[in-house]
Design a protein around this ligand. Sequence first.
Ligand SMILES: [Zn+2]
Length: 1059
Amino acid sequence: MAGAPALKHWRTTLERVEKFVSPLYFTDCNLRGRLFGESCPVAALSCFLTPERLPYQEAVRQDFSPAQVGYSFGPTWWTCWFRVELTIPEAWVGQEVHLCWESDGEGLVWRDGEPVQSLTKEGEKTSYILTDRLGEGDLRSLTLYVEVACNGLLGAGKGSMIAAPDPEKTFQLSRAELAVFHRDVHKLLVDLELLLGIAKGLGEDNQRSFQALYTANQMVNVCDPAQPETFPVAQALATRFFGQRGGESQHTIHATGHCHIDTAWLWPFKETIRKCARSWVTAVQLMEQNPKFIFACSQAQQLEWVRNHYPGLHARLQEFACRGQFVPVGGTWVEMDGNLPGGEAMVRQFLQGQNFFLQEFGKMCSEFWLPDTFGYSAQLPQIMRGCGIRHFLTQKLSWNLVNSFPHHTFFWEGLDGSHVLVHFPPGDSYGMQGSVDEVLKTVANNRDKGRTNHSAFLFGFGDGGGGPTQTMLDRLTRLGNTDGLPRVQLSSPKQLFSALESDSGQLCTWVGELFLELHNGTYTTHAQIKKGNRECERILHDVELLSSLALARSAQFLYPAARLQHLWRLLLLNQFHDVVTGSCIQLVAEDAMCHYADIRSHGNTLLSTAAAALCAGEPGPEGLLVVNTLPWKRTEVLALPKPGGAHSLDLTPSPGDSAQHGLCSCSCPYLAAAPAAPAACVRSARGSCRLSLAAPFTKTDGSVTLDNGIIRVRLDPTGRLTSLVLVASGREAIAEGAVGNQFVLFDDVPLYWDAWDVMDYHLETRKPVLGQAGTLAVGTEGGLRGSAWFLLQITPNSRLSQEVVLDVGCPYVRFHTEVHWHEAHKFLKVEFPARVRCSQATYEVQFGHLQRPTHYNTSWDWARFEVWAHRWMDLSEHGFGLALLNDCKYGASVRGSVLSLSLLRAPKAPDATADMGRHEFTYALMPHKGSFQDAGVIRAAYSLNFPLLALPVPGPAPATSWSAFSLSSPAVVLETVKQAETSPESQSRALVLRLYEAHGSHVDCWLHTSLPIQEAILCDLLERRNPAGHVPLQDNRLKLTFSPFQVQSLLLVLQPPPN
Ligand SMILES: [Zn+2]
């Protein structure tokens, strides 16, 4: 009888089936060769090329020239629009007809003025269904447009994916025709491929594997590709196999469609807008055809782009969101980097994101979604919880180079003790295809099997690949419940997490940061982007604070809410995980710098406006308003503008003219007009000004000593630090026999990911940069400020100049640094060997700090040879320590007693120009008695990053200084003061304050305010009132209680304006 298996040879049987479905071999007679039937050319094809990304309406009005298959177009980043006129032959009535289209680049089909589907070879989308069954009277003639972007799925790298783009690439149209599609053949192919996958995946020890193989073999026996009437018999064999159910203990795989789209990376932001349209329109088409298909989509910014550029598509997304098929996830504005954004910016990612999701899709997201980011701050659990989120999905830690992370499903405990439930899809990918292989890997790889019986499975081509395909869905649906395999169901992330939550009794807990043991160069690459990030975070902080004060004090002032939202969104956009990290191409870096320039210029305008409002009503000559935007008293030397654009430091106090004050004591936190805080008070408080340097301390060997009575700094003739003494105790901070401020250069050649990775072995190439004696000279001569400066030739191509500055009253010495950097694959750091011994160093993170080891005991320790920090790091032993502060750096390390700050890298891919050119940055060194908390290191780092503002105002500054807010505990930081986003009682006259506990302690704290407050209510990070959060106001004070690193938000309703 035909079809009876005669032989028992595993390999020949398997390969026979493989050849039957092969797209390469025997397609003249195998099943694959029958997938398409008759074909015919399109009736007419024409096109036009443009360097612009034109809207459809404009594009179709252009002059199209005739084109044929084989046509070449380009160059990179251009767009070719094709007009495709087609007529389906009458003879194809009853058949499924496709437009088969193969071209390089990324295509989008437009039909009747709306985008309908992507056509991207790399994303396995090469045919567009014209009709699934041509009817007798159906329209057979049609005109379509195909918009082809001249870039690949992953940009246009010259030679390798992450190489800088090749601007001269050409693209080719290789197929454009109509063809009859045989759906029954497709179904058999899906089944046979799955059976092959099961046979191979389960292997020769498994009986189910043989059942799969022999079922496939039987199907080949009974199926004659040339005779479709034989197909049902083969189909029935497959149905019987897949219908044999699994048992109750089966693992469940929750398959969710996804398309990870990098908001900018190897292509510019503007191309991402089209990538979103191409991908999501394809997902919508699949949702229409597969009512159970669920697609998870993150990043509010991308949805906003689509809303603005493709309103029709946006409406469809809203419609499918209502049906539960299109599921917005993540809650954030973009999938930001998990390390570098400041605490407040992290909060704003959620605030902007969640509000957008609520506004456009009627609800907020219930899970944080960050599959592809280079590490996750220990403060994220608290921030998530404060934004209504208890679940988190990522998988990037599977990229760890050294240690394999021990869990796939676990509770993550943050810095403050907040918990979230985390899941890493155990298949270690967010771009699955639905193969048996991946399904088996998902279970085999799962480190929590036995503890929980559920796993996520994200499928679909990312980055413009259009997400999932029908074939993927067909595979996953067929695998629904089959003995020998895990159960597969199409689920939403919410269904996944509910299942995990109800099955969470045996899960483990991970405490602290999720550190990625890879991509540690991203803390340093593209220093200008990092600097823009830090600076713009500061500008927006200051603008919000001043505008809030103006709002509280002036009935006329209009809070610039819309402008601030726009500027915040630009900042948040740049915090995308391939932008702020510096792992993007040059085009993206240029756009990012434009975004920062916008924030700087508009931010400064807004600062002036708010300052003017604060000074309004008092006629007189123009003045200067000196503002302290930090919530504690401080005394600083301030450079004030003089007529003609120069700056002045050293003028004598003159209370009548604020522009004359070189030194301003802001005795009142937040706001102090210079006239009210004359320099004299500093002199009296500190006695005589003891700052001295240069002549009295220049030794014959050319070394220079700076001394302000608090610290004494000695620099050797090349600018290195030979001594740093806390004057009061005489305690030396620099290790014996060592020198600080030592620049060191490393070879920096990673294994592949150039902009991303600095490898452990770079440490073996350390070369100290040695200067020439005699280059050190005295800069500022003393009085309020003393400085010395020097030049250092780093290499024949790169040089550095530095001014070492010590101000009166200042507990730290600053190093203003300028570098002209022209290197390839070199890494510049600066080192400070400390006379301090401790096995842990402390690093600032968002709203707090954490410890990391200073030794390489275990693989988990040495894998953190390069770490990230925000504004400060500290190495302390009992009673004494040394802190290293910075104004725009993020890469750091402490090994043994050496504190090291990472300054500049020189990777060449994907941006060959990254970091080349001029840089300016400042770091500072602060030796201290006691703990860093008691010594005020945190405040010092804030001061370095938030200098006193001296703002020119049209009238005189207020004659008396005043303070808006102050706190009774040094442990609590008032981080943010802003207008409430939406407060029910008033859209405009409510403020939100964000405070956090910075020392790591339980503390009660009084917040004092001079603003007219009517009511104070605790709220969450999304500014939603805590129903039990009413805080009584007593004599303009209110009491707050904090636990370690707790972040609290307070809604302050202002009293109505006087009239
Ligand atoms: Zn990504």
